[in-house]
Design a protein. Structure first.
Length: 187
């Protein structure tokens, strides 16, 4: 992904007075300094102070993801299809990464929790939430999230179209559970 980020940086350099908006599926960390969530996309190189990332704007982003989760989960067609749910969960997890890196940990956590509701088993959503809780020393909560994810993980036949022939999310989750149990015991 480094080449994509470099190409994007070149585009930014050629257009120094222009802000951009994009859906982030892989983070371009070099763009985070002046980025802000804008619904399901990120506004990059925010120039208007009113659109800058503040605690209030971070809260609006959390509210967007709460409403999106509610809408997706109440729509029978969307609730049955993992593709849109995992796509939304990934986008929410990437926005949570921005919030976390910009110092809005509580808002990042809430966004990750919504991402996990939207796409249970989304690797980006679940492992980012586990890492956040782990880094904060909240091992019991992280363990509960991991164990709940294993319990609520969609069946492999539903995951195959998304992850391929052998969707191996269970193994990394079980490894995470064992590691969290050791951390909880202080080992």
């Amino acid at each position: 992904m480094a080449i994509n980020e470099r190409l994007f940086q070149m585009l930014l350099e050629k257009n120094p007075d222009t802000s951009f908006a994009m859906e982030v599926s892989f983070p371009f960390l070099s763009t985070y300094a002046d980025a802000a969530p804008l619904g399901p996309i990120l506004e990059l190189r925010v120039q208007d102070e009113n659109n800058a990332l503040t605690r209030e704007r971070a809260g609006q982003s959390v509210e967007y993801w709460r409403a999106t989760a509610e809408k997706l989960l109440s729509d029978p067609e969307a609730a049955e299809s993992l593709f849109p749910r995992f796509a939304y969960a990934k986008v929410a997890a990437e926005q949570a990464d921005l919030l976390l890196k910009r110092g809005y940990a509580a808002e990042a956590e809430q966004t990750l929790r919504f991402a996990n509701e939207i796409g249970p088993g989304s690797p980006e959503a679940v492992f980012r939430l586990l890492n956040l809780l782990n880094e904060q020393g909240r091992f019991a909560e992280a363990l509960a999230v991991a164990e709940n994810t294993v319990r609520t993980l969609p069946p492999k036949d539903r995951l195959r179209p998304i992850f391929g022939h052998n969707p191996g999310l269970n193994g990394p989750l079980l490894n995470a559970i064992e590691a969290l149990k050791r951390l909880q015991k202080g080992k």
